[in-house]
Write a protein that binds this ligand. Structure first.
Ligand SMILES: [Zn+2]
Ligand SMILES: [Zn+2]
Length: 226
């Protein structure tokens, strides 16, 4: 963890990832813009993408919460990620800044967006599937904004959107921080019943594993820990 704080490479790396992700998203919108599927199919693609994004991002979150490879070259990034259970305090920023900053932590999204771009430029799938994939690519960043709003926002609009189930609500998300091995999804949390089932079957939870790393770090005993 110390390495993450002291070595500028890791913070610059986050900015590089954010720039790549946002640029790829812009390019995807540029290419999809001229492929028309009609408003009804557009809405269907969006709803499908919304459900899948919640599931996919929750799944990646679950895997990341269990990674203990602190000694690898990407270890400091993993250690920094694990702080989110105890210190979900975001610095308040305008939402576009939050979108950019948080997208910088999504390393897996870079190859994922590249793959969508490949499919899109090669017409590998039907226009409906291509639209759904582009929505997934963008909603994956919006999910980070939803998590930010869930933790920090006092805005009536954000609370309303959370209450009607479009964004992540505090009631639904708090057990992820307070309990163990549950509610990993963070776009709106709709896929948590399925993810919780997978978590219970295949994963041990983070309270007795990766969260212990943070406790050591916070107590100072792990000052030299990554
Ligand atoms: Zn977590
Ligand atoms: Zn959270």
């Amino acid at each position: 963890m110390e390495l993450y704080r002291s070595n500028k490479i890791y913070t610059s790396f986050n900015r590089l990832i954010a720039t790549l992700n946002v640029s790829l998203q812009v390019v995807l919108i540029y290419f999809i813009w001229d492929i028309h599927i009609g408003i009804v199919m557009q809405i269907a693609a969006f709803i499908l993408a919304f459900m899948f994004t919640d599931f996919l991002n929750g799944l990646v979150h679950m895997i990341m919460d269990h990674k203990e490879s602190y000694d690898s070259f990407y270890g400091p990034l993993v250690a920094n990620f694990h702080l989110h259970h105890q210190t979900p305090k975001y610095t308040k920023h305008a939402l576009p800044i939050v979108y950019f900053n948080e997208t910088g932590a999504k390393i897996w999204l870079v190859p994922f967006l590249m793959l969508i771009l490949f499919f899109l430029t090669n017409n590998s799938f039907t226009p409906f599937v291509l639209h759904t994939l582009v929505y997934i690519g963008i909603l994956s960043s919006i999910a980070e904004v939803s998590h930010y709003l869930c933790h920090t926002s006092d805005s009536k609009m954000a609370h309303f959107l959370a209450r009607i189930g479009i964004l992540l609500s505090r009631e639904h998300h708090n057990p992820h921080h307070e309990a163990d091995n549950m509610n990993y999804a963070f776009l709106n949390g709709m896929s948590d019943p399925l993810i919780n089932l997978i978590a219970r079957t295949f994963f041990t939870g983070y309270k007795t594993t990766t969260d212990q790393h943070y406790i050591k770090y916070a107590s100072g005993a792990g000052a030299d820990q990554r």
